[in-house]
Design a protein around this ligand. Structure first.
Ligand SMILES: C[S@@+](CC[C@H](N)C(=O)[O-])C[C@H]1O[C@@H](n2cnc3c(N)ncnc32)[C@H](O)[C@@H]1O
Length: 236
């Protein structure tokens, strides 16, 4: 425990939570990240270093700015990082695979029947993962996202350009083999034949529209030179 100037006691876990919370990037950081993108693309996958943002920090930062409130993060990956660190815990992260840092409540093996009430989230995010949803499940999972979203809520789907997605997957795999790291979470889980390295913009827009989303827009990530971006759709 520690105290503040008014003598009110803070609990240590509260302080730890504050320290771990990620700050959104400021303008100077974005300029540095823009200028160093090629270096970051081959070295900084999940952890920030040298005063530069990793690719994960960057996508979480861009998505966080679009989220409207209580958020469902589908395919959250290890440590449920987006919800825990970028949403201050305001939401739920779910995944099919029991990665490090996930608990039973994060694991949903049947993504076609999500354990949530209708209209229970303000936003649903699919961050770097719609291409990892097996092809035959994609429409069903987007329909579930639509059901769980409140009217007026939004969905955010990030997807890199084909070249960027293939290159990053290959580079991350090679990096792990070379340095013994475990950044390639898709190889750790084991990719199925119905997953892909990337999805085209046309496929994403078609699937979002089929699920019922309207006013779909595409925003590119400037500090990744437009090679990554996000699709945003709204539930009327
Ligand atoms: C490249 S990782 C992205 C993880 C995290 N969202 C991020 O941005 O770092 C792809 C994720 O999709 C998840 N995934 C695999 N099959 C899925 C499915 N059917 N539905 C939802 N997510 C799935 C994987 O377990 C993995 O966590």
């Amino acid at each position: 425990m520690a105290g503040n100037s008014r003598g009110v006691l803070w609990h240590l876990p509260d302080l730890v939570e504050i320290v771990e919370r990620e700050m959104l990037r400021n303008g100077f950081q974005k300029v540095k990240d823009f200028a160093t993108f090629p270096l970051r693309a081959i070295t900084l996958f999940y952890e920030d270093r040298w005063g530069l943002s990793s690719l994960a920090t960057e996508r979480f930062d861009y998505v966080r700015r679009e989220v409207r409130g209580y958020c469902l993060d589908v395919g959250c990956g290890p440590n449920n990082r987006f919800i825990n660190s970028y949403m201050d815990g305001n939401g739920k992260g779910i995944d099919v695979f029991p990665y490090d840092g996930l608990t039973e409540e994060n694991i949903v093996t049947d993504m076609l029947h999500l354990p949530f009430e209708d209209s229970s989230f303000d936003s649903v995010t699919f961050i770097a993962n719609l291409n990892h949803v097996p092809r035959s499940l994609r429409d069903g999972e987007l329909a579930e996202a639509y059901r769980c979203l409140r009217p007026g809520g939004n969905i955010v789907v990030t997807m890199g350009s084909p070249i960027a997605e293939i290159l990053v997957h290959k580079v991350v795999g090679a990096y792990d083999r070379l340095f013994g790291t475990r950044y390639d979470v898709d190889t750790e889980r084991g990719m199925s034949e119905e997953e892909e390295y990337f999805l085209t913009s046309a496929e994403i827009v078609e699937r979002l529209a089929r699920a019922g989303f309207k006013k779909i827009t595409h925003k590119k990530f400037l500090s990744q030179w437009g090679l990554n971006g996000m699709f945003i759709g709204w539930k009327p």
